[in-house]
Design a protein around this ligand. Structure first.
Ligand code: PRP
Length: 300
């Protein structure tokens, strides 16, 4: 039988950055024929091929349709989309399908610790070093500030001490890199995270079907990780309110408990944040033996 044409999905080539993407593939049930030092891995029994690409290059591959899917940071994707001068009616471009729940960070503005800062107007006339000149330019324009974005590709935090910029705009996660380099975060330019994105270039129907299957698996794993399976015992009088406490999924399963005519076993799928918000109320309602369990996958 003819093999189906593979959908190509780009992930970051740096192991440190691609680790979470590869974990997600495993949770989605994809296994790969892994060859050392090979920059593409074919999935076993599924028409998917992973391409390991330098993070900054992934958006171009996606926009031009070299790969159909990518796991990419919104910082790199949005910067590339701003630079690609896309025709809104054209076929080049990329679309975010869903956030993947990791890679959260922010593109921030930071100043040397001893530099005065009283809001965006303090940046007027300053040189700002960044690897994201277009996102920074957009933010400066929104703020109505006339400053110069100096594009540099790495070790941005060094720019003020080297005298090549007055301030910087770079990605911040823990804030340690800024701190270690004598810089203070003063503005948040953009919140960023890793997303699953697809090309806007037309894809044949066979690959389109594969993209849909990948999306279903990824969103099933994502939804499961945001939800918990809850089991408890509760009195009959609490059942109506219990039903209303867990909105969004199907009705809870309610079964009479053997040997106790007033108490029931209640099983429900709940969002983790809803569970923590409602735990005290559950106890007030007389719920006991409350068990909360992780869910592997949710398939509708
Ligand atoms: C990013 C970013 C900062 C650092 C911030 O670099 O460019 O340098 O992380 O992280 P922190 O706030 O937790 O200290 P990364 O290490 O990803 O490598 P890069 O220089 O290749 O972008």
């Amino acid at each position: 039988m003819r093999e189906k044409a593979c959908v190509r999905i780009a992930v970051q080539s740096s192991w440190r950055l691609s680790e979470r993407s590869l974990e997600l593939f495993t949770r989605c049930g994809f296994e790969f024929d892994k060859r050392k030092r090979q920059l593409t891995w074919k999935a076993i029994g599924f028409p998917l091929e992973v391409m390991f690409i330098r993070h900054g290059d992934i958006p171009e591959y996606l926009i031009d349709g070299v790969c159909e899917l990518a796991m990419v940071g919104t910082n790199a994707l949005e910067e590339a989309l701003l630079g690609a001068q896309l025709d809104p009616e054209g076929e080049r471009g990329a679309q975010v399908l869903l956030p993947l729940g990791f890679g959260q960070c922010r593109l921030s503005l930071a100043m040397p610790r001893d530099a005065p800062y009283e809001g965006p107007a303090s940046l007027a006339g300053k040189r700002l070093a960044t690897s994201y000149p277009l996102l920074l330019r957009r933010w400066l324009d929104e703020q109505g500030v006339d400053a110069q974005a100096v594009a540099i590709s790495g070790s941005v935090e060094l720019a003020p001490s080297l005298g090549i910029a007055d301030a910087i705009s770079d990605l911040v996660s823990s804030g340690q890199t800024l701190e270690s380099n004598g810089l203070v975060e003063v503005e948040r330019v953009l919140d960023c995270e890793t997303v699953l994105a697809r090309t806007k270039k037309p894809v044949d129907s066979e690959r389109e079907e594969t993209i849909e299957r990948v999306l279903q698996r990824v969103s099933g794993v994502r939804r499961a990780s945001q939800r918990k399976y809850l089991m408890m015992h509760a009195p009959h009088a609490a059942l109506d309110e219990l039903r209303s406490l867990f909105p969004g999924m199907e009705q809870p399963t309610i079964l009479p408990l053997g040997g106790d005519s007033d108490r029931y076993a209640v099983h429900a799928v709940t969002r983790e944040d809803v569970f923590w918000e409602t735990m005290e109320r559950l106890k007030e309602l007389g719920a006991s033996s409350i068990l909360v369990m992780p869910i592997e996958k949710i398939v509708d």
